[in-house]
Design a protein around this ligand. Structure first.
Ligand code: MRU
Length: 358
């Protein structure tokens, strides 16, 4: 299975080459495949903030490379580079608030930095650490894809109609995706009849990114408006909702793209199974529940402008871009350390003590 998955891999969004970070500009997709080059941390932080790169694991990987770029600059500037680098940690850490992978990756870079000894080639070591973060996310995708596909086989077998939301694919990760990794694996195993993709207002990650990734591989895709979810579940034989996560708290609550929560409520009502796929770098045991997560709100112009024209004069808009799905609406969380069915705090803590499966 692993080899078939690797052979099917088509899209990458993050590339480190010739001392620069290249990001596939996700704002231009699917109309144009435009790569942008970054040579400093300021640029990388801006790329994360403005969603050139997006998706929890991809943000973390980009921040790790951003720190390498910062380090190179600080070393060239001379003197107290360690102190100066703190500003770069801060800058990158402030780029987006919700996906814990960003802070996880920066913490891992900091831990490696603290183990540097006199005489070490600090730049080479820190680049190797960023590359290891990138590679381990790719491996995690492969493991999760196989575990998730196995669950689909065990619980429902062939001819599945799957509903997904936002983009949790190759564009959002260092490999071929979390939720989309599972969907891809299940498709390769002949278990998927059709994938329904919620368009994901207001950024349209579903219709612009997920549908593009899947259609490029010949997977049958149908796009629906976000508000069609309940109707789709009732009329199209949806068997699974499969989504990614930006943060999973200690009790198993899942923070993901706005609209995920209503999918879980609808799934429970219609007897549709609900799977969350995320690497352990998305799990945050420091927060007891989703209530403690700071959820990003983006500019209201995303809602108050249509085709460049202002609508709703005299009204306000509310534009949270993530929501919290309570653990008790989730059938299973799939990670590279294993799966957790009907998540709760004890099961999540146990999972985090396990080793990765690859
Ligand atoms: O605002 P975005 O596009 O960065 O949001 C991304 C998501 O919500 C994804 O569902 C998430 O990161 C899943 S992880 C692959």
């Amino acid at each position: 299975m692993r080899d078939r998955l690797l052979a099917a891999e088509k899209v990458t969004a993050i590339d480190w080459r010739d001392g620069a970070l290249y990001l596939l500009d996700q704002r231009a997709l699917p109309f144009e495949q435009r790569w942008l080059a970054y040579t400093d941390a300021v640029g990388v932080a801006e790329a994360i903030r403005t969603m050139v790169v997006r998706g929890a694991p991809a943000i973390g990987i980009s921040a790790a490379y951003g720190l390498v770029l910062a380090l190179r600059q600080r070393l060239a500037d001379g003197d107290d580079w360690e102190m100066a680098l703190e500003e770069d940690f801060e800058l990158l850490g402030e780029a987006r608030p919700t996906a814990v992978n960003l802070f996880w990756a920066l913490n891992r870079m900091r831990e490696r930095l603290l183990r540097i000894k006199a005489g070490d080639d600090v730049l080479a070591i820190m680049l190797a650490e960023a590359e290891a973060i990138h590679e381990s996310d790719r491996e995690a995708n492969l493991t999760m894809a196989q575990l998730g596909a196995e669950l689909i086989r065990r619980h429902q077998g062939s001819e599945q109609a799957i509903l997904t939301h936002c983009n949790a694919g190759a564009l959002a990760t260092g490999g071929f995706g979390t939720a989309l990794g599972v969907i891809r694996a299940a498709y390769l195993e002949g278990m998927v009849e059709r994938v329904y993709v919620a368009e994901t207002r207001p950024w349209l990650q579903g219709s612009r990114l997920t549908a593009w990734e899947l259609a490029g591989e010949g997977v049958p895709v149908t796009i629906g408006v976000d508000s069609a979810a309940a109707h789709l579940m009732k009329t199209k034989g949806i068997t699974w909702v499969i989504v990614g996560a930006d943060r999973i708290t200690a009790n198993g609550d899942v923070v993901s793209k706005i609209g995920t929560y209503q999918l879980a409520v609808n799934a429970m009502h219609h007897g549709v199974r609900f799977m969350v796929v995320a690497p352990s770098s998305s799990i945050d045991l420091n927060l007891a529940s989703g209530e403690e997560v700071m959820l990003e709100e983006r500019d209201v112009s995303e809602l108050l402008e249509v085709g460049g024209e202002r609508v709703g004069a005299g009204v306000e808009a509310f534009n949270p871009v993530f929501d919290v799905t309570p653990a008790d609406l989730i059938d299973v969380i799939v990670t590279e350390k294993g799966i957790v069915e009907r998540p709760d705090a004890a099961k999540m803590a146990q999972l985090m003590c396990r080793k990765r499966l690859h």
